[in-house]
Design a protein around this ligand. Structure first.
Ligand code: PGA
Length: 261
């Protein structure tokens, strides 16, 4: 795991955006999986800026959404697909037919999940998965207890996660308790994982995910098993890490190596 600590949320977002942008430049036919939530918004804003000011080209990039609410149609403004479009995809030159999301209104939800996995495989697998982290340690909607080998499937959101996601709903009681999410195993199969976390509310779970044991109770800890996982943090989210000084030292030394990105 490569732990990158930036002074504040804006610089953490810019750092994450630079990592995504570099991959887009190096391999324009990149296959990306992208999250929703509040944390990635400044990263998306920076990517939009790079497209507008530096011509960063997303026209050949394929995008898969990480997760979706059950019972919410893709064109519903409360869907996570609509949210990703609003905050990012609509503002860059992606091709809509290269952008996919899970359909939470599908009649056959298990079939929808299996088809999504097949579409990821058909696209050549995920090159880069960008992730947030929930305060319970979830990545995607892989709540505590999710198998670390899990594939795309139906999950029940914890009451805490439903509350944290109430923003898009007029009444918090309307937040669906069922969701579809790509699995932990699906994430671990990606060529690179990039987790972005900012703010003091994430400090305790980041410490457990990064420095604690690998556990299905904290699915982000599975990233410890990934050969190319990067965790970009601001100081507030990094505040509880026991080896923060070593991570800073490592980053300073290794990022100076030729060819390092
Ligand atoms: P947040 O959500 O970025 O809004 O904190 C993260 C998550 O639940 O994965």
């Amino acid at each position: 795991m490569r732990i990158i600590i930036e002074p504040d949320p804006e610089q953490a977002a810019r750092r994450a955006a630079r990592m995504v942008a570099l991959r887009v430049r190096n391999g324009p036919a990149l296959v990306l999986a992208l999250p929703t939530g509040n944390t990635p918004l400044p990263m998306y804003a920076e990517l939009v800026r790079q497209q507008r000011e530096r011509g960063l080209d997303f026209s050949r990039v394929a995008v898969f959404g990480l997760d979706e609410y059950v019972g919410i149609a893709p064109d519903d403004p409360r869907s996570l697909r609509a949210c990703l479009w609003r905050h990012f995809l609509a503002q860059v030159n992606v091709q809509p037919d290269r952008c996919q999301g899970l359909d939470g209104s599908a009649r056959d939800l298990e079939g929808e999940c299996a088809a999504y996995e097949a579409r990821i495989v058909a696209a050549g697998g995920l090159d880069l998965v960008v992730l947030g982290i929930g305060v319970d340690g979830h990545i995607g909607f892989n709540e505590p207890g999710s198998s670390l080998g899990s594939r795309t499937r139906i999950k029940t959101l914890t009451a805490e996660t439903a509350r944290a996601n109430a923003g898009g709903f007029a009444d918090p009681a309307q937040v669906p308790r069922l969701a579809l999410t790509i699995g932990v195993g699906t994430i671990l199969d990606a060529r690179r994982c990039l987790l972005l976390a900012t703010g003091s509310a994430k400090a305790a779970i980041i410490q457990r995910a990064v420095e604690g044991p690998v556990s299905a109770q904290i699915t982000a800890s599975a990233l410890q098993l990934h050969p190319d996982a990067r965790v970009v943090l601001d100081e507030a989210a990094a505040a509880r890490l026991e080896r923060a000084d070593y991570y800073r030292e490592t980053e300073a030394l290794q990022s100076a190596l030729p060819g390092s990105d």
